[in-house]
Structure formats: C-alpha cells, structure tokens
Design a protein around this ligand. Structure first.
Ligand code: MN
Ligand code: MN
Length: 469
C-alpha cells in the first residue's frame, strides 16, 4: 500500500541486510546454549555460568547480582544510575518446556522389551514423540541426599531412546479414530533396553529346577544393573528423581539459506537467551535492569519455582533492603516496567486459515507484542495499558527495530496464557513480547535468525531506554 498513513510490518531480513554476520554470530551462540539447555535445571545452570563469567555474584551487596531458586528459577539484577524507587526494567521468561517425564515408578518389562512409563508435561501432540531419537535428562536424588545428574543420549557415542510406533499394516483401526483417541498417554513408554540380565553361575540350574520368578523380568533386571553401574542407584531411588525425556541431538540451522533455527525448547529458551544477551550488552542503563526466569510456565506457573510463587517478590525485597533500605518494595514494583518475554505463534504457511491475518505474527518480521493473551473473551489476560504500548512503540521505532502486534489465533478458536498477569499483579506495566515460532511445542521448533537478532535488540532497547515522556 502506497500510503504514509497506513501501518505495515517490516521484514527483518531487509532491515538488517547488512548485518548477516552479526545475526549468524548471535544465532551460533544461541544454538550452542539451546543444545546444552534441555531442562529447566540445565537452562538455569548455563545462565549462571554466563553470569559468573560476566562478574555477576550471589552477594546482593554487589551491583551485578543473581539468585537461584531450587536450581530451576533465577533472578538477576544489574544496578542502574537511577534509584530503585524510580522503578526497574524487568524481563521475564520461562525455563521449562513440554516433554515426557518418567513416572515415579517407571521401569517395566513387556514381551522382551524394557521400557520407562511416562507422564507428559505441558501441551504436547502425542504423535510427535513417536519413532524418533530421544534423550533422558534430569536428576536422581539418593536417600543420603546426594544428587546424581543424568544426561543420556546427547553425546555421539551415547545410545538414544525411543517410543515405538504402530506399523501401518496393523493401524487399520487406529486410522479411523480421532487424534485424541488414537494416541494414548499410557502408550508413551520409552524403550530403555532389550537384553536380559547375564545369568550368574548356577542360575541356569535354578531355572531348570522351576524357579520361575528368578527368570522373569530379566530385561528389567539388566536395566537396573546398568543404572546401578553408571549412577550407583537402585529402583527405589527413582521415586526421588526427575527424569525428563526430550528430543536427542543439537539445534540445527534449517533451510538452504540456513535462515531458521530448528531445535527443542525454543519456547521459551529463545527469550531466555535473547534477554540475557540484552542485559549483558546494555550500555549504562538508567534504570536497574532485572531478569526473572521461571519454571512451570507450561503447567500453569504453579509451585515454588513458578511465576505464582513469591520468589521474585522476596528477591526484590532483599534487593531494596540492601541497595536502598529507605525505599518501599511496593513503590519499586509500581514504578516498574516489565516485558513478559515469551514466544508467539507465527502464521503457519499450511494452516493460514486458523489465523486472523490482520492480527497475527509473520515469521521474520520482528518480535511480536501481544496486548493481551488469554482466550474466549480475554479470560486470563493481563491486557497491557495503551499508555505503555505507546511508550514501547516509541522506544523501538527510535532505533528502527521491526516489531508487530498479534494475538494467538482467531477469536474463540485460539488463545493461550503466559506469566504476564502474575507480573502485572504487582502493579508493573506489563506486556508480552517475543519472537514468532513455527511448530511451537513440537520437538523441533523453528525460529528465524533475523527475529532472534531483532528480539535481542528490542530487549536491549527496553533496558537502555530513558524514562517515560
Ligand atoms: Mn512460552
Ligand atoms: Mn509454551
């Protein structure tokens, strides 16, 4: 449209045509981070390493500080020139991603196959997890309190795991079922092994004399033996474990032009990485800059490490007490501005009819604002104030950073929630903003390298921007 008055979004590939090297460099660092961050704990660990390398410490008396909670959530603050009572600039993101969790009593042997039973976590499409290489990550906590870290299936010399799918020859009846009936959660059993325990001397003799129990579950017995040899654990130790089944292998560049990043868990680790890079690169921020990375977003932000917990409030109180004891934490919160950094659904080229295109995000056109999330009449939405959106537009436009505004799918057909409402509850101005993703919640999500770059610049602009008009 040749009209100065009309709005149209801009393609980051055109806007940043002369910055290919910078986009590639950021994408490379991000892909290494993503490949090594398959769980919330690994994400928090990797964030911590990056922070320590940048001289951040756990001592709140310093000017660059962080604090974890249970290894799954983390709060970061970098002191600005203005006092806390003038408000902080806060970006939140989440460290968890949809996956299959081992049940607490997982091990099972059926017809010569050793398996682990799972209970899925977050919104998955079950069929996407079948017949593909899977890895197991997590921790096992022993009775004596020691924690064993597990990561199996990532190193090229590691074995991987998988869930077998039904062969088409026997799927006649399944083909007539609805998707939700055809794929049963109780059939998402991960194959862990197949060879029986080696017989000890004299065992064969016992079998022949009719000791049937000893001969049963020999594959399970071998799985237990291998777990014991590798990790020193017994079956009972798995009751106090969190073992997560995730897609095996690293993130990859996608397309002839390598313009997309494909990988697991980009919702929301792309926002974790982009906001962390933005915080570290921000130049002389006027306001104190904070990050908060939550766990449990995908299952409703509950629990002590989720956004509905008090962790962020306690951190902020401690920060105020240490940095500015005469200030009130509630005043700090109410003067603050927040971005709920979470991914948005990009218009799927093959499912365009599910989006209302005037209000949808196009991949490659920069980070997307969502004024509100929620569904069916905006239930569960934060609904950002227009005054705040006006200010944010000016911050991004002044730097020429492409952005767009979107909602998730057609009214009454789409919707979804983020942590925005839990941040807004403190009185902070809050809005959702993050890059658009294709294949969201799948084992191989797609993000544009150009959007990663623009999103990082947008978060940095937010941190560096001067106070409101
Ligand atoms: Mn998310
Ligand atoms: Mn999600």
């Amino acid at each position: 449209m040749n009209n100065d008055l009309a709005y149209s979004s801009r393609n980051c590939w055109e806007v940043y045509a002369d910055r290919q090297c910078k986009m590639d460099e950021l994408a490379e660092r991000y892909m290494a981070f993503l490949s090594a961050s398959k769980t919330e704990r690994e994400t928090v660990n990797n964030v911590t390493q990056i922070l320590r390398a940048a001289s951040y410490s756990e001592d709140f008396a310093n000017e660059r500080v962080f604090r974890h909670y249970r290894g799954k959530a983390i709060f970061v603050a970098r002191r600005g020139r203005k006092p806390l009572r003038d408000g902080v600039r806060l970006i939140s993101a989440h460290t968890d991603a949809p996956r299959l969790d081992f049940k607490q009593r997982p091990l099972l042997e059926q017809v010569g196959v050793g398996q682990a039973k799972t209970h899925y976590y977050g919104g998955i499409r079950k069929y996407q997890w079948l017949a593909r290489p899977l890895a197991v990550h997590g921790v096992i906590v022993k009775e004596d309190g020691t924690t064993v870290a597990v990561s199996l299936g990532e190193h090229p010399s590691d074995p991987v795991f998988t869930i077998a799918d039904l062969l088409p020859h026997l799927a006649q009846k399944e083909m007539g079922k609805t998707l939700s009936d055809a794929f049963e959660a109780e059939k998402l059993n991960v194959i862990l092994g197949h060879s029986p325990e080696k017989k000890a001397d004299g065992a064969e003799k016992k079998e022949q004399t009719g000791d049937a129990d000893k001969a049963k579950d020999q594959v399970k017995a071998r799985m237990l033996r291998l777990l014991h040899e590798r990790y020193g654990v017994r079956e009972e130790d798995l009751f106090s474990a969190e073992l997560q089944v995730v897609p095996a292998g690293p993130a990859r560049a996608v397309g002839l032009d390598s313009a997309l990043i494909g990988g697991y868990g980009q919702d929301d680790r792309v926002c974790v990485y982009a906001s962390l890079a933005a915080l570290l690169d921000a130049e002389a921020p006027e306001h104190t800059c904070c990050l908060i990375y939550w766990d449990k977003e995908e299952i409703g932000s509950e629990g002590s490490t989720g956004a509905q917990s008090r962790f962020m409030e306690y951190c902020m109180r401690d920060l105020v007490e240490t940095w500015e004891p005469d200030a009130k934490t509630r005043d700090v919160f109410q003067a603050s501005k927040a971005i709920s950094a979470d991914v948005h659904a990009a218009i799927d080229p093959d499912w365009q009819d599910l989006h209302e295109k005037l209000n949808s995000a196009t991949i490659g056109h920069g980070p997307s604002f969502s004024k509100f999330t929620g569904s069916r009449g905006k239930y569960g939405a934060n609904d950002a104030h227009p005054e705040y959106i006006g200010w944010l537009r000016s911050v991004l436009n002044q730097r020429g950073i492409p952005w767009q505004m979107a909602e998730l799918g057609k009214v009454d057909l789409g919707g979804g929630g983020t942590v925005a409402l839990y941040l807004a509850a403190y009185g902070m101005d809050t809005i959702d903003m993050g890059p658009a993703v294709l294949s969201m919640h799948s084992p191989f999500e797609l993000v544009s390298k150009a959007d990663l770059y623009a999103t990082k610049l947008a978060y940095q602009a937010f941190f560096e921007a001067a106070s409101c008009r």
